[in-house]
Each structure stands twice: as structure tokens, then as C-alpha cells.
Design a protein around this ligand. Structure first.
Ligand SMILES: Nc1ncnc2c1ncn2[C@@H]1O[C@H](COP(=O)(O)OP(=O)(O)OP(=O)(O)O)[C@@H](O)[C@H]1O
Ligand SMILES: [Mg+2]
Length: 374
């Protein structure tokens, strides 16, 4: 090549380096920086003139900072391709000491004067940040969804709490009268009264306790729980709505089932959403003979928990979209219930499916593995 053609090629190469959106760094076989393009200057905060001739490990936090020279000489001796030809996610270090996630791919340029390596780098900070935001939003949505349903249930629950409290008062009055007439009263009558008092007050306390737990925001925390108990607790929350819509709500507990490794509140949230959907479907259809059944059975390595209602069912054209976020047919629906339920089921290594019983209505089946430590 003539001198001017060499110059043209060099200019074109410079222009290409500086036009690149990704950071491009070229080092020699000693690990010293030879080229550092404009995008790299912006990413790392160094000027090319300041970093040229310096060891590229300046741009790496530990442990790569200390190991990079060894990697290079190892490759020189053994030809063992650790990163060359592939890409991987690593951390970079800026001039101000801050570190950030980046995707680095390395290629090799073989030359008579010694090999060069070219690193192409994408900054992943934004990607990681938005992933983190999505995760946070999902957490918030789970929480918001619980709050929306709770808002609707609260009035009913307050009413439900009132009833046992009134009963406690009445029984307490009766107890007082009985002790007044102490001489004629056989002692086991007092016992019965006392039992009722404690029974009713325990029930009131439990409703409040459930409500409190469900409102609490929190990270997923799995532990061993009895699924029958979770179902019982769910039914407790619906006592008022069930009476209001004149619906029969049955549960069929399963005996001798081992405790499952689950997040109690999240699984209860699935059941609350499913029962609420069934109640909505029945009440929107104006049915007077509504019935909801919660059944549990073992199926191989899984336990299946189904919520079946005798409502109008889901029309064929809607079945594919049921679990989509924001799919709703209700005037005030958000359309997040089922999509959230499906996410929770997945986080437990399980699934949530719709099927239509042959006698009509809807059935949602939550499948959870009997043994899952996720
Ligand atoms: N048991 C059911 N019977 C009939 N249709 C149902 C049943 N469960 C869900 N659907 C249908 O699926 C749609 C989506 O349900 P999903 O729970 O995701 O949202 P939503 O109940 O409409 O709103 P929200 O976010 O408040 O729960 C409902 O609007 C309804 O059309
Ligand atoms: Mg719903």
C-alpha cells in the first residue's frame, strides 16, 4: 500500500471506532491499552490519551483486576480460550471508582508484531436497573391486588367480627346470671358457657389476625404449611360475601397430607382471587343457586387444589386470554387477578389451569408440587 492509502485506511478505522455505539478497547498481548474509542471514554470516564499504554486491568474491579495479567499470559502459553470468541457479563470500573455491569466480548487480532485483543463492551446498567424496577413493580402489584380485594372484603369482615363479639357479650351475661344463681346450677352448664365464650372470641381474633397478615406487604417467604388450614382461613374471609349472595361455599379437606413448602400468604391470595372470581361470576349472572367447591387431591408428585363454581363459565373465545394481564370482562375489573395467581403458582414450581366441568360452570386447578424447595 502507498503511504496515502495507508493513511486513508487509518482515517477510516478511526472514524469507525468513534462512530461505534459500543465501547471498543484494543489491547496488546501485555494487556496495555492501545486504542480506546469515544464510547469507551464516555463509559469509563478516561480520555484515550490518558489511558493509552496503561494496563487494561485499571478498568476492572477485583477479582479480575488482579487476575487479568495471569489470564493473558496463560492464554499466551496454552492458547486456552477462556473468554476469547465468547461474550460474558462482567463488572467494569470507572475512573471515579464506581463499578457497573457490562457485557464484554473479546476477539483476537493475529499480527506479525504480536497479537492484539479487541474488547467490545455494552453497558448493562440500564437493563439491570429496569429489570430491578420490573421486579419491584411486580412486588407492588401483588401488594396492590391484595389491598383492592381486601378493601372489598373489609366491610364484610367488620360485620363478621361484630357478630361473635356480640355473642361473647351475651354469653358473658348469661354466665354472670348463672353464677348469681350459683346454688341451683350444675357446674357443667357454666363450663359450656365458658367454652362458648372462648370459642367465639378465638374466632373473632382469628379473623382479625388473617386480615392483618394478608395486608402485610412482604417478600416471598416459604415455609411448611398445612394446605387444609390455608383453605379454612380463606373460607373465613368469605363468610359475609357468601351469605350476601346466597352462595354455598364448600371445602373438602384431604386427610394425611404432608405440609407443603409454600408462601402461605401468596397461596391464600390465589384462593381468595379464585373464590372472588367465582362469586363475581355467580352474582353478575344473578344466580340464586350459586355453589363453589374447593377440593384437594393428590396426583402423583403434585397436589391439585381446584375451585369449581356453577356459574356461567368462561366462553370459548375468552379462554385463551384468561391469564393475560388486564384481561377483564367486569365493569370495574382490573384484570390482574388471574395473571398474578399464575405468577405465584409458577414461583412455587406449580401451575394454574382453567377447565370446564362437563356439567358447566368454571374450574380453576392449582397444581403444586408436594416437594419443592425453590
Ligand atoms: N370463575 C369464573 N367464571 C367466569 N369467568 C371468570 C371466572 N374467573 C375469571 N373469569 C373471567 O376472567 C376474567 C379475568 O379474571 P381476573 O381475575 O384476571 O380479572 P378480574 O376478576 O376481571 O379483575 P381483578 O383484577 O379485579 O381480579 C374475568 O373478568 C372474567 O371474565
Ligand atoms: Mg379477579
Amino acid at each position: 500500500m502507498t503511504t496515502s492509502r495507508i493513511q486513508d485506511a487509518a482515517n477510516a478505522f478511526d472514524a469507525l471506532m468513534d462512530a461505534a455505539v459500543d465501547a471498543i478497547i484494543i489491547i496488546d498481548s501485555q494487556g496495555l491499552v492501545r486504542r480506546f474509542n469515544r464510547a469507551a471514554e464516555q463509559m469509563f470516564g478516561y480520555r484515550e490519551k490518558d489511558i493509552r499504554g496503561k494496563n487494561v486491568n485499571l478498568l476492572m474491579p477485583e477479582p479480575d483486576h488482579s487476575s487479568h495479567d495471569r489470564y493473558l499470559s496463560q492464554y499466551g502459553r496454552t492458547g486456552d480460550k477462556n473468554i476469547i470468541g465468547k461474550g460474558r457479563e462482567v463488572r467494569g470500573r470507572k475512573q471515579d471508582g464506581g463499578t457497573f455491569p457490562m457485557f464484554l466480548s473479546v476477539g483476537e487480532i493475529r499480527q506479525k508484531e504480536g497479537n492484539r485483543y479487541v474488547g467490545i463492551i455494552k453497558d448493562l446498567s440500564e437493563v439491570r436497573e429496569s429489570q430491578q424496577q420490573v421486579r419491584q413493580l411486580e412486588e407492588q402489584l401483588l401488594h396492590a391486588d391484595r389491598l383492592v380485594i381486601l378493601g372489598e372484603l373489609t366491610a364484610g369482615i367488620a360485620h363478621e367480627i361484630n357478630q361473635p363479639l356480640t355473642a361473647i357479650a351475651a354469653y358473658a351475661d348469661a354466665g354472670r346470671k348463672i353464677t348469681d344463681r350459683q346454688n341451683e346450677t350444675p357446674p357443667d352448664e357454666i363450663n359450656t358457657v365458658c367454652e362458648r365464650i372462648s370459642e367465639q372470641s378465638r374466632r373473632a381474633a382469628e379473623v382479625v389476625q388473617r386480615l392483618r397478615k394478608l395486608v402485610q406487604s412482604g417478600e416471598v417467604s416459604k415455609a411448611r404449611h398445612d394446605i387444609n388450614q390455608i383453605i379454612r382461613n380463606t373460607l373465613l374471609l368469605f363468610e359475609y360475601e357468601v351469605k350476601r349472595y346466597n352462595v354455598e361455599l364448600f371445602s373438602h379437606p384431604i386427610k394425611a397430607l404432608q405440609p407443603l413448602y409454600i408462601d402461605e400468604i401468596h397461596i391464600q391470595q390465589i384462593l381468595v382471587n379464585l373464590v372472588k372470581n367465582s362469586l363475581d361470576a355467580i352474582s353478575l349472572a344473578g344466580q340464586q343457586d350459586g355453589r363453589i367447591d374447593i377440593r384437594i387431591k393428590k396426583a402423583g408428585p403434585d397436589v391439585l387444589i381446584s375451585v369449581t363454581d356453577n356459574g356461567p363459565g368462561v366462553p370459548l373465545k375468552h379462554r385463551e386470554r384468561l391469564f393475560e394481564s388486564f384481561f377483564t370482562t367486569k365493569p370495574k375489573g382490573v384484570g390482574l387477578g388471574l395473571s398474578i395467581c399464575k405468577t405465584i403458582a409458577g414461583a412455587h414450581g406449580g401451575s394454574l389451569k382453567y377447565s370446564q366441568p362437563k356439567e358447566g360452570g368454571s374450574r380453576f386447578t392449582l397444581s403444586l408440587p408436594l416437594e419443592f424447595i425453590g
